[in-house]
Design a protein around this ligand. Structure first.
Ligand SMILES: Cc1cc2nc3c(=O)[nH]c(=O)nc-3n(C[C@H](O)[C@H](O)[C@H](O)COP(=O)(O)OP(=O)(O)OC[C@H]3O[C@@H](n4cnc5c(N)ncnc54)[C@H](O)[C@@H]3O)c2cc1C
Length: 256
């Protein structure tokens, strides 16, 4: 369930990778929020979304009048490997809404399971044999073509063994009375799943989507960005369509 403009609404949980997901927690605002915040300077307000409103959003997005897109807010719950969380965490502007203290901490809108207190069973992203990618020819791309399946099988086996060794050492340390905050050092961190809440303005969400749906973003993050896109497009069809202009969007639309 998500709180959509004050109402509890059933919303999908979009599965990503082998164990991850993205879920909407809350939304305040809609396309009309963008329109009305832009029209306030003329003391005008729309109650039903019209073709004129659509044109206004297009105009605002095209000419970089971005502040009207900052009055709508979205909160997501995300479960992803730490390597994705580490990249997502960089989206800061438009995410620091929690409090009215002038010197507020810009990272306060990010809350994550740290494994300091909880000892919930660790979950890891295990790359399947056909999912391993080669180093790219162009260094600016993160990865290239899939590796040979035989090598993929070997790598998956090695990863599973490596993760298992870390888990065993972690369990052993806990068993010997070591605190969770230090025992976690044994866990294979980059693939460890973490759960967090991310809140951002509509503009902040669109900025992340533009960067992370693009072909040069890490594949795993691209998959999470697609899940975010699928969740928000329904609630902000015009604003997201106008703000998110990366090349891959066309590809995505083609798939539907
Ligand atoms: C393909 C790719 C590869 C990357 N590789 C690396 C890497 O190797 N190492 C690394 O550290 N990061 C890397 N990043 C992260 C990148 O540097 C950004 O931190 C991340 O994309 C967040 O973008 P942002 O700073 O625009 O976002 P936000 O912090 O959300 O900022 C949004 C926008 O606000 C404006 N803004 C933000 N801060 C200021 C300011 N102080 N003054 C004026 N305007 C401001 C800018 O217009 C900015 O685009 C990578 C990102 C991508 C997409």
């Amino acid at each position: 369930m998500a709180n959509i403009n004050g109402k509890q609404v059933e919303t999908p949980i979009i599965k990503v990778l082998d164990k991850g997901y993205v879920r909407l927690e809350a939304i305040t605002g809609r396309d009309l929020t963008t329109v009305n915040s832009a029209r306030v300077s003329y003391d005008k307000k729309s109650y039903e979304f019209s073709e004129r409103d659509k044109k206004l959003i297009r105009f605002l997005a095209k000419h970089g009048h971005t502040s009207p897109f900052r009055h709508a807010f979205v909160t997501f719950e995300i479960y992803a490997p730490l390597m994705v969380a580490r990249q997502w965490w960089k989206y800061i502007v438009g995410s620091d809404h929690s409090g009215d203290d002038f010197f507020r901490d810009p990272f306060t809108a990010w809350n994550e399971s740290s494994r300091r207190y909880v000892t919930e069973i660790p979950q890891f992203y295990i790359v399947q044999p056909h999912e391993w990618r080669s180093a790219p020819e162009n260094k600016k791309q993160g990865s290239g073509e899939p590796v040979d399946i035989k090598l993929g099988q070997q790598l998956t086996k090695q990863l599973i063994n490596y993760v298992k060794l870390g888990e065993d050492l972690y369990e052993q340390a806990l068993h010997n009375g070591v605190c969770a905050e230090q025992a976690r050092l044994f866990l294979a961190a980059y693939g460890l799943y973490v759960r967090w809440y991310w809140s951002a303005s509509l503009q902040g969400v669109a900025h992340m989507l533009n960067q992370r749906l693009a072909h040069d973003a890490q594949k795993e993050f691209q998959m999470y960005a697609r899940a975010v896109y699928d969740l928000v497009i329904e609630h902000f069809p015009v604003s997201i369509n106008e703000l998110v202009k990366m090349a891959d969007k066309a590809e995505k639309e083609g798939e539907q």
